[in-house]
Design a protein around this ligand. Structure first.
Ligand SMILES: [Zn+2]
Length: 312
């Protein structure tokens, strides 16, 4: 098997280098009343950051990329709309399968990240014939949390730095895997959603499979209820799921605090625009795009991968 290694040096730094670059001048002004030390620290951090990004970029030149259209019969711009009746069916099946397979096993975050990364690497290798090794480091804080309060995690696409913003319960394997897809070099959200789902589903690990199914269910519920939080909660309650699962799903639509609420509205709109400018459909790629992707793939006669990957 062909193997390549992306160094991801920035992910091993004790602090997020982006945070250091952004805050060092300000911090030194506040603490020391001087701007020079801050600038020096900031320049050093920037040098490390740029150096790491450059090394990653060089090592990615030998990467074999997944051709989504060829492998799954669709890509960002060739998705077909999944009919609502099929979505409702999907939701029923997902709820049943989650109930039957329920596990309360919790894997510590560090071990989980290593396991998820290994399954993702193997899944991609199964498609391309090439193992792309990347870092399994995960942070629990970066300043991006203040800018994207609605996000569960982020990946700095330049440095590959990944941070999780909160305890994401049964969704954690998916959130980590999604960000790790970006770290491997796939920056589109639809690709991160799809590759994370397939990798976790084919892992054979009940904790990882549960996470993938829960994410799919959550996204289907979001598509059907749009911005109506009450409709979302009602739908969750109507599924007759075990208490633990229902609680996890409810917790994804909390009443936002004043800060999160107002920042989210503005940032979501900007983020949606940014996604459109980069050849994506917008924020809808996380839920509508993702579920349409599974639907189009499972009905495609042309996909090279087997449609059972998308079956519940
Ligand atoms: Zn993402």
């Amino acid at each position: 098997m062909d193997e390549i290694r992306i160094p991801n040096d920035a992910t091993y730094a004790p602090f997020s280098l982006t945070d250091v670059i952004a805050t060092a001048p300000l911090a030194s002004r506040l603490l020391l009343g001087a701007t020079l030390p801050g600038r020096v620290v900031s320049a050093a951090a920037f040098g490390m950051y740029a150096g790491s990004a450059m090394k990653d970029w060089v090592s990615r030149r030998d990467m074999r990329w997944i051709d989504f259209q060829r492998e799954f019969g669709c890509d960002v711009k060739t998705l077909q709309e999944m009919p609502d009746s099929v979505r409702r069916d999907d939701i029923e099946k997902l709820a049943r399968r989650l109930n039957d397979g329920w596990t309360d096993e919790k894997i510590p975050r560090e071990d989980l990240a290593v396991s998820v990364n290994a399954h993702l690497t193997e899944f991609i290798a199964g498609v391309t014939g090439q193992r792309v090794h990347t870092s399994s480091e995960v942070r629990d804080f970066t300043l991006a949390k203040l800018v994207f309060p609605f996000a569960m995690g982020v990946c700095d696409i330049v440095s590959g730095d990944v941070a999780l913003f909160r305890d994401t319960g049964i969704f954690e394997p998916h959130v980590i895997c999604h960000e790790f897809v970006h770290r491997k070099g796939y920056w589109k959200e639809l690709h991160a959603q799809g590759l994370s789902y397939f990798s976790l589903m084919s892992s054979g690990d009940p904790v990882l499979v549960q996470s993938a199914l829960a994410e799919r269910l959550h996204r289907q519920l979001k598509v059907l209820t749009a911005e109506d939080a009450q409709a979302y909660h009602d739908l969750v309650d109507h599924l007759g799921m075990r208490k633990e699962l229902a609680e996890e799903l409810h917790s994804l639509r909390p009443d936002p605090g004043a800060y999160e609420g107002s920042v989210s509205v503005v940032m979501k709109r900007l983020y949606d625009e940014r996604m459109k400018l980069t050849g994506q459909n917008g924020i809808s790629d996380y839920d509508e795009g993702f579920t349409n992707f599974l639907w189009t793939f499972s009905n495609s006669g042309q996909a090279r991968q087997e449609a059972r990957l998308a079956a519940v």
